[in-house]
Design a protein around this ligand. Structure first.
Ligand code: TRP
Ligand code: ZN
Length: 866
């Protein structure tokens, strides 16, 4: 297979320290595509101008290309002037300024890696980030080479829609019946933002008037049957466009903005200039075919890609070590957008939950890396939670330190200074330094040091002097060597409130911890003070704060910070599970959890925010429990977790049905924050209800009566976990009948793949043999293999489960290395598990490393194999 690495040659490492500017400017780039499923011809004409007189040749990148012709100023370059090694092509001794003409032939049909130009369900589409453009033509495929692109696409009548970046220029019918369409993008861009689409697509159009009064045509292109699922994405796009004007002063710049939904896609979506390409699962939604969480995901991703038009496209990255410059900042921007239009507290809880359960795990595992990495084998492996989520946390801390108005000034200055440039993370921070006069030297360690630091906090109230003594101490991440890291600048927010009334005694303050430790003495004239600290997770650190159960309970019930409340109940769940496993802490955490849940539900103030209560009623994910109980025995922990859940369900048996009914939303379905929150809590109540007794009738009724997929899906999922076998099977069949779209099918596949009662390995195999399953479609693979290995603890964590995943990964690697490299992750976590499990996982990694692997998979397995 062409993507497979030859295991004899060590793959080359790319290092930040080796960065050198490209010695040429690319003044313009004209592309012509003659589309054909197996033999597409690509003609490139680029004008290069030398800017570094020390060189005489030019180096381009190319991969899996059939070279048809290479000309310099119209003359064919002879073979003796060409040196092609791996992905680089050197043309020796070229003039100072010249026109390069390259003709290549490519095969989109056999491109299952989904990088470069490929066919997705018969539709031509491209994915060029990070290094896909080199699979199209020989070109300086690096983000610091910007050019002005003009693209001509020629295809026969079976591909009536032909799109590329920028504005449409011309359209002609050729004498042979083919159509020729030309697009021009006036904004200089790196080739990773290039895009092309060709197919028989339907379109919905709309219009947006920018704040300066310019008309922008909006278009969403989808496959023929999907037009009834585009309205929400379109409305989200308009909200995002308006919000970016109001919150960041960013206006859209072309006459047209297009989104195309494709069924085969490695990631969520891609911000190509003026032509965003989306995984169909991140665009298509209506009440019958998408759940509340799908709606929310779609809105966030549509906004994310749109926001890249400034943070990524107008100002781009100098090299891929700066990836978080665009991704961290853009995730920060999309989460601010979501917070502004929905509930800030709930969004923050969700982000913190995700950061802790997934990014903290990555940060303490074999593939841990700084937000600004220093080296890589395969850049596709660095589209990580650390680059995205931790990167966003770092930007968030900058805002916390500067305050909103200086932060906005810094953002404005950054865009103004660097518009049209390819820049670094340092340039971003320097703009923030310039507007604030702050010194960011120490702060930069958040970008350069790896791992999650620990913040240890203790507080003691001296009731005689009425002084609250607080001590905070930072420690380097536990898995990096002592003395290898310098202290971080940690913004620590805190507030003091009364343990019994909830009254605020000292309003929120911020300490900037820049040394190892700090002490505070707060005078508290009256009340029973309790410290709320690291509010809203003011820094991405692991908080160590031993508190008595009574304090955790007070925080869970009365703190006015959602994250702190959620965090307190999480600690209680973990304690309860520990107790259940015999790791006793003498106190009764379970009893406290039950009291807190009861308190949350019965208190009119807390129940006023059902979404927040729903988050608090969700027990910690396996990842979190494993981290808290090292080395973890996954099966034992699973049993303990189930037992605690059952105890809570039974202890509050009388609560669930009234709560379910009280929160149930009636009337027309709207995917808006308030009703999403209520549905979420009513569904949580229903799942406890089903655990505490027979809910067959309520579940079938809900399934039949619902006017939306969220409730139907909930009824099916809960039935699969806790209903009678009969109802469980019935709702599974009924849900599958609803799965006329791929997105609903994926919900069914993943629910079946994680269902402990039925999903043994045989069942997983059967799912991969479903007529609508295809190993070449990443969404199907994630739905079955991804869900099984990440969420079906019972079946996955066994010798045969590990073996199954290793074989699936190997099979995938020959088709799609990016997907294989991501799917192998669960096996790479072996060091977190007790010896029996760890040994079995390591065995699979050594099996994999002995095989011929892609560079992508090789890098991950090699780092993880121990
Ligand atoms: N830039 C995209 C985003 O975050 C990420 C992306 C889309 C991507 N497709 C990819 C990254 C393929 C690597 C490979 O918005
Ligand atoms: Zn992005």
């Amino acid at each position: 297979m062409s993507d497979a690495r030859n295991s004899l040659t060590a793959p080359a490492v790319t290092r930040l320290a080796d960065y050198e500017a490209y010695p040429y400017r690319a003044e313009f780039c004209r592309l012509k595509f003659e589309l054909d499923a197996t033999r597409t011809l690509v003609t490139q004409e680029t004008r290069f101008v030398r800017v570094d007189s020390a060189v005489s040749g030019i180096e381009l990148f190319g991969k899996n290309l059939t070279r048809v012709s290479i000309k310099v100023d119209g003359e064919e370059v002879t073979e003796d002037r060409l040196v092609e090694i791996d992905e680089t092509l050197l043309i020796r001794s070229v003039p100072k300024e010249f026109l390069l003409t390259v003709i290549t032939q490519i095969d989109p049909q056999s491109n299952t890696a989904l990088e470069g130009l490929y066919l997705s369900n018969g539709m031509f589409c491209t994915q060029c980030e990070a290094e896909g453009f080199r699979r199209i033509t020989y070109y300086p495929d690096r983000p610091d080479v910007l050019s002005i692109f003009t693209t001509t696409v020629i295809a026969d009548a079976s591909y009536p829609v032909l799109l590329s970046n920028g504005n449409p220029v011309s359209e002609t019918l050729l004498s042979d019946g083919r159509r020729e369409v030309t697009w021009h993008d006036p904004f200089p861009k790196p080739c990773y933002l290039f895009a092309l689409v060709g197919g028989d697509l339907s379109v919905r159009t709309d219009c947006f008037v920018t704040r300066s009064g310019r008309q922008v045509e909006l278009r969403i292109y989808v496959e023929k049957n999907d037009l009834n699922r585009v309205d929400y994405a379109l409305a989200s796009l308009k909200r995002a466009m308006r919000w970016d004007e109001e919150s960041f002063g960013r206006e859209y710049d072309l006459d047209i903005f297009m989104i195309v939904a494709v069924s085969h896609f490695n990631m969520g979506a891609m911000e190509n200039k003026g032509l965003n390409i989306f995984n169909s699962s991140c665009v298509l939604a209506n009440s019958d075919a998408a759940t509340d969480s799908a709606f929310q995901r779609i809105e966030a991703i549509v906004a994310h890609e749109y926001f890249h038009n400034w943070s990524g496209n107008r100002v781009t990255c100098r090299d891929w070590f700066q990836l978080s410059l665009k991704e961290g900042f853009t995730v920060f921007r999309d989460s601010e957008f979501t917070s502004d239009i929905n509930s800030r507290a709930v969004k923050r809880i969700q982000d913190v939950n995700f950061l802790r359960s997934a990014q903290f795990t990555e940060d303490s595992g074999p593939t841990a890396h700084p937000v600004q990495p220093t080296e890589y084998l395969e850049i596709s492996n660095f589209y990580t939670l650390t680059i995205y989520e931790k990167g966003a946390e770092v930007v968030r801390m900058i805002k916390t330190l500067l305050g909103p108005s200086l932060f906005r000034k810094g953002s404005d200055l950054y865009f103004e200074r660097h518009d049209g440039e390819a820049v670094t993370i340092d340039d971003f921070v320097q703009a923030m330094a310039a507007v604030s006069g702050r010194d960011f030297t120490q702060f930069m360690r958040w970008y350069r040091q790896v791992g999650t630091p620990v913040l240890a906090v203790s507080s003691q109230f001296d009731s005689g002097r009425r002084v609250l003594n607080i001590e905070v101490e930072q420690r380097p991440p536990s898995d990096v060597g002592e003395g290898t890291q310098e202290p971080y600048l940690i913004p620590v927010s805190y507030q003091v409130f009364d343990q019994f009334t909830g009254q605020i005694l000292i309003p929120e303050q911020l300490i900037e911890l820049d040394g190892k430790t700090a002490q505070l003495e707060l005078s508290v004239p009256h009340g029973d003070p309790i410290l709320s600290v690291l509010r809203g997770l003011s820094a991405p650190v692991k908080l160590e704060f031993e508190r008595p159960l009574s304090e955790l309970m007070a925080i869970a019930l009365y703190d006015d910070d959602g994250v702190s409340r959620w965090d307190a109940i999480q600690a209680l769940y973990i304690n309860a599970i520990r107790e259940n496993m015999g790791h006793s802490t003498s106190e009764d955490s379970l009893e406290t959890v039950i009291q807190v849940v009861q308190g949350l539900v019965n208190n009119p103030k807390t129940i006023d925010d059902p979404a927040c209560v729903a988050e608090m009623l969700a027990m910690p994910q396996d990842n979190i429990l494993w981290a808290a109980m090292q080395p973890a025995d996954p099966q034992y922990i699973l049993e303990a977790r189930k037992s605690i859940r059952t105890s809570i369900a039974f202890a509050l048996k009388e609560l669930w049905e009234p709560l379910f009914r009280a929160m149930k939303v009636s009337g027309d379905y709207v995917p808006e924050a308030d009703s999403i929150g209520r549905r979420s809590l009513s569904i949580t109540a229903l799942s406890y209800l089903a655990r505490s007794g027979n809910a067959d009738e309520i579940l079938t009724k809900l399934f039949d009566g619902a006017n939306n997929l969220t409730e139907r899906f909930a009824a099916y999922r809960i039935a699969r976990a806790d209903a009678s076998t009969e109802v469980s099977e019935l709702l599974s069949d009924r849900f599958l009948e609803l799965a006329t779209t791929d997105e609903v099918l994926d919900l069914w596949l993943s629910t079946e793949a994680v269902n402990e009662r039925t999903a043994d390995l045989n069942r997983i195999k059967v799912l991969t043999e479903h007529p609508r399953f295809a190993w070449t479609n990443p969404n199907r693979v994630r739905a079955v293999i991804g869900a099984f290995s990440a969420r079906n603890v019972k079946t996955f964590h066994s010798a045969s489960g590990y073996r199954f995943l290793a074989n699936a990964v190997l099979k995938l690697d020959s088709m799609n290395p990016q997907i294989a490299a991501r799917l192998v992750n669960p096996l790479c976590q072996w060091s977190r598990f007790s010896k029996d499990y760890a040994d079995l996982m390591k065995q699979e990694l050594s099996f994999l490393i002995s095989q011929k692997l892609s560079k992508d998979l090789y890098e991950i397995v090699d780092k993880s194999k121990g």
